[in-house]
Design a protein around this ligand. Structure first.
Ligand SMILES: Nc1ncnc2c1ncn2[C@@H]1O[C@H](COP(=O)(O)OP(=O)(O)OP(=O)(O)O)[C@@H](O)[C@H]1O
Ligand SMILES: [Mg+2]
Length: 390
């Protein structure tokens, strides 16, 4: 290990860069982090699986390697001041090893575990008094059927590790359970929560424990995938205050550094129930690029480098982000002029190969009202997805 690897703000590289940050993963989150890095004169070096990954395609320097390969992770860490992550798919033991070897990993392995292992997060946060849904381990279909009966005839089965965009979340009924219990993987069961609204509270926590909170976000899902976010969330101010308080306590409880996204369910009775955590920039924070004083990507970089955090206030009364989901092989890059013609929107194209249901980009719109922003963002995203052209 080079001694420089553990120092933040290491000696200038001679190329005008103020810091060098390694990021494990090179998807759209790393690509958008790259834009913030350029602005601040930071060198962001992604560890990419392929040179065509969204962030690798736009990076000056990159490392090609697998996040499963400790040697590749070590090579990245040894070459950078700080290492952060754009996803969860890194073996936890590798993260722990990097820290043991003295590399600056932010967030650290212990905090990141809450986003890597949903069963661990449920157990640990439930024991700490955070409002988690009722959950139980389950070995087989009979077990699960008994739990579903106990919970009113239905349950949610969740993959302990590796789920995203609704993959790894199964909504099952007691009656159909024997046939639908997954044959592979490790799962646990939880109660199906009655949901009035899904919310996301983004917190950024610095190395010194300073935190800032973004305005509360409503997330709208279809088939387990987030299709739209709306901010500020249309909930009573007491609910927004409770979300901010809960997420801020959580961030310090788990020792998060950087962006922490706390997904919450609001029940019809006004209760808040914790869903999952992400310790990295999050889809529910893309609206912050144009919609807030400081984007989640810039604040994530500032946090992991131990720099002061930026203001999180909204730049408009309402900000809506709509995801562009792949359909029929349409390429959003080709449809971009149509979307630009349709109205004042901020499109983002991730440079990914078009596949059905895949997040290929997003569109943000700022408005005087929620309705105005929602109409513009939704229309822009529909056009980019090949749904309708104007
Ligand atoms: N206990 C539950 N009760 C009711 N609905 C749930 C429950 N757990 C998950 N869901 C629904 O499934 C969606 C996806 O679940 P979750 O966020 O846990 O999975 P994910 O695939 O990891 O998502 P992400 O794309 O956010 O990483 C939630 O947004 C919610 O709509
Ligand atoms: Mg989720």
């Amino acid at each position: 290990m080079s001694p420089a690897a553990t120092e933040t703000g290491r000696a200038p590289t001679g190329r005008g860069a103020s810091a060098r940050v390694g990021i494990i993963g090179a998807g759209q989150l790393a690509r958008m982090t790259q834009q913030a890095a350029i602005k601040l004169g930071i060198e962001l070096v992604p560890l990419a699986v392929s040179t065509s990954d969204p962030a690798a395609a736009v990076a000056g320097e990159k490392l090609i390697g697998s996040p499963d390969d400790l040697e590749a992770l070590r090579a990245l860490a040894a070459d950078c001041d700080v290492v952060t992550l754009d996803h969860e798919r890194v073996p936890h033991r590798h993260l722990a090893e990097l820290e043991r070897e003295g590399f600056a990993l932010r967030p650290g392995a212990a905090a990141k575990r809450y986003a890597q292992d949903k069963l661990y997060a449920r157990r640990a946060l439930g024991e700490a008094g955070f409002p988690v849904p009722e959950f139980a381990t389950t070995e087989d279909a009979d077990d699960a059927a008994a739990l579903a009966e106990r919970w009113g005839g239905a349950l949610v089965l969740k993959a302990i590790r590796g789920g995203y965009d609704g993959r790894g979340v199964l909504m099952l009924e007691a009656a159909s359970l024997p046939g639908e219990f997954p044959r592979e993987g490790e799962w646990f069961a939880e109660q199906r929560v009655p949901i009035e609204r899904e919310l996301s509270q983004l917190i950024v926590r610095g190395v010194d424990g300073e935190t800032v909170a973004y305005p509360l976000v409503e997330t709208v899902q279809r088939d387990g995938i987030c299709i739209r976010t709306v901010s500020p969330a249309r909930v009573p101010s007491a609910t927004a205050d409770a979300c901010r308080d809960l997420a801020t306590r959580l961030a310090s409880h788990i020792g998060a550094v950087g962006v922490l996204a706390v997904e919450l369910f609001l029940t019809p009775g006004g209760e808040l129930v914790l869903n999952e955590l992400a310790l990295r920039p999050h889809n529910s924070g893309h609206f912050t690029i144009e919609g807030c004083e400081t984007s989640q990507f810039e604040n994530h970089l500032r946090a992991v480098l131990g720099w002061p955090l930026g203001a999180t206030s909204l730049r408009a009364p309402a900000v809506v982000m709509a995801n562009v989901l792949g359909s029929d092989g349409s390429d959003p890059a080709e449809l971009l002029p149509d979307a630009l013609r349709a109205g004042p929107v901020h499109p983002h194209i991730y440079g990914k190969e078009a596949r059905d249901g895949r997040k290929l980009g997003h569109v943000t719109a700022l408005g005087q009202t929620h309705e105005e922003a929602e109409a513009a963002a939704t229309r822009g995203a529909e056009i980019l997805a090949g749904g309708s052209r104007s």
